[in-house]
Design a protein around this ligand. Structure first.
Ligand SMILES: Cc1cc2nc3c(=O)[nH]c(=O)nc-3n(C[C@H](O)[C@H](O)[C@H](O)COP(=O)(O)OP(=O)(O)OC[C@H]3O[C@@H](n4cnc5c(N)ncnc54)[C@H](O)[C@@H]3O)c2cc1C
Length: 318
């Protein structure tokens, strides 16, 4: 068994950014002359050859299937056939709603080593070690896979930086027999307009937490965010209360502020689940009336004070 196989992810013919991030994750695990292959499974896989032609990819394998949308049975059968033919020692898929549908079943059926929500992976003394969160992200867990000749890793998005350099990998078509799927696609529903802010791509975020007190106060922080050019984010209680859409929630069960360079947290206590989505940001400004709030533990600059007063001061400046 050798080599790494990335399973590209797409939505309606558009390559999802995580696909290229998986290529970077694969590079970390590559040993010597091992090859990184990327399989693209879909009704028109050849259309994704160009965006997948990046540094670090040795070969792109197109797998044409009848299913027009993602289909778990089709992916399970296609990836299973690819593993049987190529015998990779590591297969990387996105930790996503798609892989939830087939990766665990595939790992169980083929007896693969398996880890989900992986945010780091390395070789230690030649052995693959994957890192994922445990106990609700309170600890990092290192997982190894003794005795497994192939390991399937579902890798968290927005962790690995995608390669930018173009390249010219080999392209091969891989034929698989027709697959009869148990699933039938009925309808594709886009997120409602206004609920589609991309927190992961925002470079400057102003996040509000329960410290804002009540829903009617959201508007003034929205105005402040607009005035200073920030994307408005929130902690989970704000999203749970429906004061802001879920798409704006930062944290473990929300979005990771991956591209963020400046993060202002107002009235956010800094629970571990919130920190999971933002503690990596290079400049964090925290405003909280409680000097003992955990958020100050990750803040670059901290203001112990009232968020409404600070907001008003900031508003005066802009
Ligand atoms: C499985 C799981 C997943 C979770 N996922 C997430 C997640 O993705 N994102 C997330 O955010 N949470 C998540 N949580 C919830 C998390 O544990 C916390 O409950 C939440 O982050 C707290 O939000 P908060 O900081 O806004 O509220 P609080 O913890 O209530 O903090 C409010 C803060 O505001 C301060 N404050 C109050 N009034 C003022 C004022 N006038 N001026 C200044 N400061 C003031 C207080 O001192 C306090 O520190 C998750 C929990 C679980 C169990």
């Amino acid at each position: 068994m050798s080599g790494l196989l990335v399973i590209a992810e797409q939505r309606r013919g558009e390559l999802r950014p995580v696909s290229l991030e998986l290529v970077t994750a694969a590079q970390k695990l590559r040993r010597g002359a091992e090859e990184v292959g990327v399989a693209v499974i879909g009704a028109a896989p050849e259309k994704l050859v160009a965006p997948l032609s990046v540094a670090g990819v040795d070969e792109i394998v197109t797998v044409k299937v009848a299913a027009p949308e993602f289909d778990p049975d089709t992916f399970e059968a296609a990836v299973s056939a690819l593993i049987a033919q190529r015998k990779p020692d590591v297969v990387l898929v996105a930790h996503s709603v798609d892989s939830f549908g087939y990766a665990a079943a595939l790992a169980a059926k083929l007896g693969l080593g398996f880890a989900t929500d992986v945010f780091d992976a390395q070789r230690i003394d030649g052995e693959l070690v994957a890192t994922r969160g445990g106990y609700g992200q309170k600890v990092n867990v290192e997982v190894d896979f003794p005795g497994r000749s192939t390991v399937l890793l579902a890798v968290r998005g927005n962790v690995f930086k995608p390669p930018e350099q173009p390249a010219s990998p080999r392209v091969a078509a891989f034929e698989i027999p027709a697959i009869s799927s148990r699933a039938t696609g009925r309808e594709f529903v886009e997120l409602a307009a206004g609920d589609d802010v991309d927190m992961t791509g925002a470079e400057f975020i102003l996040t509000i937490g329960r410290g804002i007190g009540e829903e009617s106060n959201v508007a003034q922080f929205r105005e402040l965010a607009d005035a200073i050019g920030a994307t408005l984010g929130c902690s989970r209680p704000i999203a749970d209360a429906g004061w802001l859409p879920k798409s704006r929630q930062v944290g473990q069960s929300g979005k990771t502020a991956s591209a963020c360079k400046l993060y202002i947290a107002m009235g956010v206590s800094g629970a571990i689940q919130h920190l999971a989505g933002m503690k990596h940001v290079s400049t964090i400004v925290a405003v909280n009336s409680d000097a003992e709030a955990s958020i100050f533990g990750v803040a670059t600059y901290g203001i112990v004070g009232d968020i409404f007063e600070v907001a008003e001061e900031l508003r005066r400046l802009f």
